[in-house]
Design a protein around this ligand. Structure first.
Ligand code: CAA
Length: 387
């Protein structure tokens, strides 16, 4: 449905089912994911407990359509799952988020055979999916990639290096964008499904990051990886457009992650200021502190409305989705950075230590301003697609 310019309140206000889903995921996240969040960060280790809990409750890849064995959740339900997981552990929220990012190219543009082969294991929880667009010298300028895919009979041979690949090494499946015609820039890029077990696939050392330390980020090396031509997603030369269409939808999941991180920090700070006494009374009694909390909640609610509105547009594939996906990601991530920084401030010296979760949340928030396109790139995307 084309956008009328007016929000569709029925779709972007969470329904009773959405509210029930939020209650269920919040209970699960607090019981099974929260207890490990600090240690996962401290040890920079994969949150296996979170993956197990999400798979056991069928919440690890809720976006997969029912016909391929998935839960068939709509875009808003997917946002709610990611938001609630991120509220307790941002690293763990990358499990449902990147499963959507990696597999959406197949859902949007893949053949029936690719969908049947790759979506069912994802839905069952036996395989995760990563997304390989960036390279060492092609980040914001994604169309400047160098990874090559050369046709050889019924096969393609892939060579190159993909960088900043979330969940690399853990995922079984990888959507890889590669150049099939170097003379055509973005129109000479094609998308493929590569499997972890394909000969010639290997991984770099985990990056040592500021935040989301539980989510492995590694390079993916493609060394003469020979795959059947049927693994191409869509037609030759359509890979860049598929990659961009995917990001239109999934930048909203990064907005969801930002909302969750900010909500977690606000909730923690709200509780802390009631307990912490200075000058003979709880610091929550001081108007300076109350104003900070009011601003944090106001910004967060504005970010949530924009994100849910964008999710409704994603579900309907509205004509202004590109603008709204970029706007939600940019706005919500900037809010997450502000709110988490203010939460650290409200806890004072304690907030600056790893004994309290808000410093982790502040570190985790930073990446949401950077990945799936920096917020500078989001502004370019918005400016080119003004509503
Ligand atoms: N939908 C469909 N097609 C699109 C599109 C969209 N949203 N955006 C672009 N295209 C197509 C167009 O058809 C266009 O072709 P035409 O000339 O026929 O119109 C073609 O792609 C090229 O588009 P541009 O000319 O706009 O390309 P550009 O080189 O100027 O780059 C860009 C545009 C917006 C800067 C893009 O490169 C970009 O988004 N860069 C950021 C990359 C990014 O987000 N990376 C994130 C990596 S994933 C990640 O971070 C994952 C993780 O770890 C969680």
């Amino acid at each position: 449905m084309a956008s009328t310019g007016k929000p569709d309140f029925d779709l972007y206000r969470p329904s009773e089912e959405h509210d029930a889903l939020r209650d269920a995921i919040r209970s699960l996240a607090e019981a099974k994911i929260l207890p490990h969040a600090a240690e996962v960060d401290e040890a920079s280790r994969f949150p296996q407990e979170a993956l197990d809990a999400l798979v056991a409750s069928d919440l690890h890849a809720v976006h997969v359509p029912e016909e391929y064995g998935g839960a068939g959740a709509d875009a808003l339900a997917t946002v709610i799952v990611i938001e609630e997981v991120a509220r307790v552990c941002a690293s763990s929220s990358l499990i449902p988020a990147v499963n959507k990012l990696g597999s959406l190219p197949v859902i949007l543009s893949g053949s029936e055979e690719l969908k049947r082969t790759y979506l069912r294991p994802l839905a069952e929880g036996s395989a995760m999916f990563s997304y390989c667009l960036s390279e060492p010298d092609a980040g914001s300028d994604a169309a400047g990639m160098k990874t090559r895919a050369v046709r050889d009979g019924d096969h393609y041979i892939l060579n190159g290096v993909k960088r900043w690949i979330t969940n690399a090494g853990v995922s079984e499946y990888y959507t890889v964008m590669a150049v099939t015609d170097p003379d055509k820039r973005s129109k000479g890029i094609s998308a493929f499904v590569v499997e972890k077990s394909d000969p010639g696939v290997s991984f770099g050392a985990p990056e040592k990051k500021l935040g989301i330390k539980g989510s492995p980020t590694r390079e993916v090396y493609l060394d003469n990886v020979r795959i059947p031509a049927t693994r191409m997603i869509g037609d030759e030369g359509t890979g860049f457009a598929t990659a961009m269409k995917t990001l239109d939808h999934t930048r909203i999941t990064i907005a969801a992650q930002a909302l969750g991180i900010a909500q977690g920090a606000l909730d923690y700070a709200k509780g802390y200021v009631k307990e912490r006494k200075q000058f003979g009374k709880p610091v929550a009694d001081f108007q300076g502190v109350q104003f900070m909390l009011a601003d944090m909640a106001m910004k967060l609610e504005a970010a949530r409305q924009l994100t849910y509105s964008a999710a409704a547009k994603s579900e309907r594939v509205d004509s202004d989705l590109t603008f709204f996906g970029a706007a939600a990601k940019c706005f919500a991530s900037d809010v997450a950075m502000e709110v988490t920084t203010d939460a650290v401030q409200l806890l004072g010296g304690y907030g600056y230590t790893r004994d309290y979760p808000v410093e982790r949340m502040m570190r985790d928030a930073k990446i949401t301003q950077i990945y799936e396109g920096t917020n500078q790139i989001q502004r370019i995307v918005m400016a080119r697609n003004l509503p």
